[in-house]
Design a protein around this ligand. Structure first.
Ligand SMILES: NC(=O)c1ccc[n+]([C@@H]2O[C@H](COP(=O)([O-])OP(=O)(O)OC[C@H]3O[C@@H](n4cnc5c(N)ncnc54)[C@H](OP(=O)(O)O)[C@@H]3O)[C@@H](O)[C@H]2O)c1
Length: 314
């Protein structure tokens, strides 16, 4: 176990990469390198009080064997092309794209939910979707208490979930032209974001048959994803009991009225509006908000890396 782990951030110029560097600096990591495509190679990115020169993530650079853990946030096709080279060089990879999330044998990990799975990796651990992570942090303790039977979700996802260029577009847009967006791949029935939420939740919770239905939309909010959740259990779960369980759960904070604005910039997932679902005696309605760039992406990936490095903090 290295004392000062060597970390490579691939996608360091992006929305998630920027927050990854901020969090690594906050947590005291000092042996950190920044990688991106040839487009931004040679530019610099802030890290703590210094600037890191961005290196091009070539296969040769990734295979060099001088990094312990790579944190990838480059998108699915770039991950498919580059991650194998990093593994070839002997590093462990935490990948934030959807490239490997549903691949058999590759762990898909939310440390508070199934952290033990991270250690079963064969080079790659996948980091789940930015809505799946907060959802499973909330559902897992409730499932342990009352047994989940069915979940329905409506999401309100921020623009930063679509990357740095989408954030730039929102900054330059007239507020009068703001609208809901559905900017994911559509198969004629559902968006891939909706099937990711279903399949990833099933894999992480190890409930392969769990009925889950999701409707995802993007809203003109810069940072922070919100989710309305209707969950049905094997037995009635009174809101007071659910609130007590959630208040004692790791990385979850009970907040009467969660919102993206309250969640942005903090590590915990906010959950509130915890009430009985009047349409179902065993049902509960909840509202969740989380920072998609932190717990939804960068923070969760760093926590996975810390499990791999067998260290909680530096
Ligand atoms: N945003 C979120 O809330 C969120 C949450 C969970 C997961 N994710 C996932 O994280 C990944 C990145 O998302 P993002 O929002 O940070 O996107 P982004 O802002 O568009 O950033 C993309 C980053 O990837 C780099 N990149 C692109 N192609 C590359 C290549 N071929 N080789 C090396 N670097 C390359 C870019 O570098 P250049 O500057 O060189 O172009 C940039 O640093 C995606 O897979 C996304 O699904 C995002």
């Amino acid at each position: 176990m290295p004392n000062s782990p060597r970390i490579g951030v691939v996608g360091a110029t992006g929305a998630v990469g920027t927050v990854t560097l901020e969090l690594l600096a906050e947590r005291g990591y000092d042996d950190v390198r920044a990688f991106a495509s040839e487009r931004s190679a040679g530019s610099s990115v802030p890290f703590g009080g210094i600037a890191l020169v961005v290196e091009e993530a070539t296969p040769e650079a990734l295979e060099a064997g001088d990094v312990d853990v790579f944190l990838f946030s480059v998108g699915t096709s770039a991950s498919l092309a580059l991650v194998p080279h990093a593994v070839q060089g002997g590093a462990a990879v935490v990948d934030k794209s959807s490239a490997f999330r549903l691949t058999n044998g590759i762990p898909l990990v939310v440390p508070e939910v199934n952290g033990e799975r991270a250690l079963e990796h064969d080079g790659v651990v996948a980091n789940p979707n930015c809505c799946t992570i907060p959802l499973t942090c909330v559902l897992k303790p409730l499932h342990e208490a009352a047994g989940l039977r069915r979940v329905r979700i409506a999401t309100y996802q921020s623009v930063s979930g679509a990357g740095a260029s989408a954030m730039e577009r929102l900054r330059n847009e007239e507020p009068a032209s703001h609208d809901l967006r559905m900017d994911w791949d559509f198969d004629g029935v559902e968006f891939d974001e909706e099937s990711k939420l279903r399949e990833e939740t099933r894999k992480i919770m190890e409930l392969p048959e769990l009925p889950i239905s999701a409707t995802c939309v993007r809203v003109p909010v810069m940072v922070g994803h919100a989710e309305a959740v209707w969950a049905e259990f094997e037995r009635p779960l009174p809101p007071e009991e659910a609130t007590e369980i959630l208040a004692a759960s790791p990385s979850v904070r009970v907040e009467q009225f969660p919102s993206p604005g309250k969640a942005a910039g903090i590590d915990d997932v906010l959950v509130g509006r915890i009430r009985s679902d009047t349409t179902d005696p065993n049902g509960l309605s909840l509202f969740i908000a989380g920072d998609n760039l932190r717990k939804g992406a960068a923070l969760n990936a760093i926590q996975i890396a810390e499990l791999l490095l067998d260290r909680v903090s530096v």
